[in-house]
Design a binder for this molecule. Structure first.
Ligand SMILES: C[S@@+](CC[C@H](N)C(=O)[O-])C[C@H]1O[C@@H](n2cnc3c(N)ncnc32)[C@H](O)[C@@H]1O
Length: 266
């Protein structure tokens, strides 16, 4: 897997982890396995239930959209959009709708959803403020938006070992491509500024074990961005060491924090 060149999506040429990479579906499946339990628990707390009309923006592999279908259908609606929706093919079989859509340039239905969700999407998009406003406009009166986005606060500087060294280079490469690893901490302020009420936020620093789905997801990530890391002067030896660390079941790791912010439309 290492050595495969990164590919670029025609719809979003700056996204650093495009879905057309040969192992992207596997990587997105691992991402879902690592993060879905927390996302689902919070969505349940926020009241997502049968009949809700839901928008999953930047749906990736679609695991969270699958869960939304299982809870809200029949009677509700699940629209999963992505700039590259190639891994969402089985969603229609579960009653969901899929649309190829660039969140920066394409129009979303306005006032149409009881629940709008993103996870690890907006931090990657340079025009994230425009997208956030568009997502808020998609909410029906009383609808809830939940944004789960990564933030490098503290941990990014402190991550030890080869894993940490590779992470810091990866974070730099995403920021060169338009990502912002320090944006998510201001999400509650942004949600308030765009007129939402009942704004709340939580932040979590996940810890994970070598060999776990999260470790395998990062291992595949380093494979996907291998050429980018080399271009940033990370040696193949360090990348291999980071991948060996991640495969070691005796090791435990911090992941960068996840900020989960939500609010309600009046
Ligand atoms: C890190 S993945 C996260 C996938 C999914 N939300 C999850 O957590 O499992 C980011 C996703 O956002 C999509 N994406 C990135 N930029 C986008 C844009 N401008 N418009 C629509 N989707 C975009 C990518 O194609 C990718 O599927």
């Amino acid at each position: 897997m290492t050595g495969l060149p990164p590919t670029s999506s025609p719809r979003n040429p700056h996204y650093t982890l495009p879905n057309k990479w040969g192992f992207a579906n596997e990587r997105l499946t691992l991402l879902g396995a690592a993060y879905d339990p927390e996302s689902i628990a919070l969505a349940q707390r926020l009241g997502v239930e049968a009949g809700w009309r839901c928008l999953e923006a930047g749906a990736g592999g679609g695991s969270f959209a699958h869960w939304l279908c299982s809870v809200t259908l029949p009677g509700g609606r699940v629209l999963a959009v992505d700039a590259d929706p190639r891994h969402l093919t089985d969603l229609p079989h579960r009653g969901g709708e899929v649309a190829r859509m660039d969140l920066v340039t394409d129009e979303l239905p306005e006032g149409a959803f009881d629940f709008v969700h993103t996870r690890f999407v907006l931090l990657h998009i340079a025009q994230r403020d425009i997208v956030l406003q568009r997502l808020v406009r998609a909410l029906a009166p009383g609808g809830v938006i939940l944004l789960e986005e990564g933030d490098g606060l503290g941990v990014l500087d402190e991550l030890p070992g080869a894993f940490g060294e590779v992470w810091r280079a990866f974070a730099r490469s995403t920021e060169t491509a338009g990502a912002n690893q320090a944006w998510a901490r201001d999400l509650p302020a942004y949600l308030g500024a765009v007129g939402l009420v009942d704004v709340q936020v939580e932040a979590e620093i996940p810890m994970f074990r070598g060999g776990s789905p999260m470790a395998r997801m990062w291992n595949l990530t380093w494979a996907q961005v291998h050429e980018t890391l080399i271009a940033l002067d990370v040696s193949p030896k360090v990348i291999a060491a980071a991948q060996a660390e991640l495969a070691d079941e005796q090791r435990w790791f911090y992941a960068p924090p996840t900020v989960r912010a939500w609010g309600r439309a009046r």
